[in-house]
Design a protein around this ligand. Sequence first.
Ligand code: FES
Length: 230
Amino acid sequence: MTNADSISPWHPVARSADVRPGANIVAGFAQGQELALWRSADGAAQAWENRCPHRSVRFTLGRVAQDSLSCAYHGWQYAAGSGQCIGIPAHPGMPPPRNVCAKVFSAVDSAGMLWVNLVSEAPPRPPRDDIVPAGRSFCRTLTARTDAASVRGALARRGFAADAAGMGWHGVLGQADTLALVLDAQPQLAFIHLWADAAPGTNAMTTLHIAARSLRSEIEEERRRPQEAA
Ligand code: FES
């Protein structure tokens, strides 16, 4: 088994800085699971199935108030951490039903990314902080219309090597030492978060952006070719 085969159950779903404490709700994906990503006022990361348990409206349409998330449709409120329903505005005197609960996944911040684990039993250790080496800057997130395994294969053919945990791919893109964190978002959709030793605003970063766009085109083209030949 290679490192590329031992894929971690932790998925890099978003940049940590893009999800602000007690503020916004960000849509995310991991292995086809649609997610609502948000933070309570103390900054604790939340990753919930993006459906309200009442009538399945997307949580990403709602709003965050301190330590709870309110659904946009009927305003039911759900507590950070547990996902338990804690308020029904139409029935303020009625205790919320105990069995109404958002589906909650494990979520942690590490190395500037928000990671989600979809496996409910005994989550393994979260990614280490040094998975992104010191001195790396975030470049961009590429969206590739292909599966994550094809992305990993394409990176390997370009000389990228997987780290011991099977989470990060290290190689050279443009002229920069680059780390690629590959997210299996949906069956035919992968995200590639790129971190590099190029500083923001420099020519090296510009070159990296150009190389990243070319990489995406090549990966999608490689994916198309065998299908067209079939
Ligand atoms: S659908 Fe969410 S509160 Fe009714």
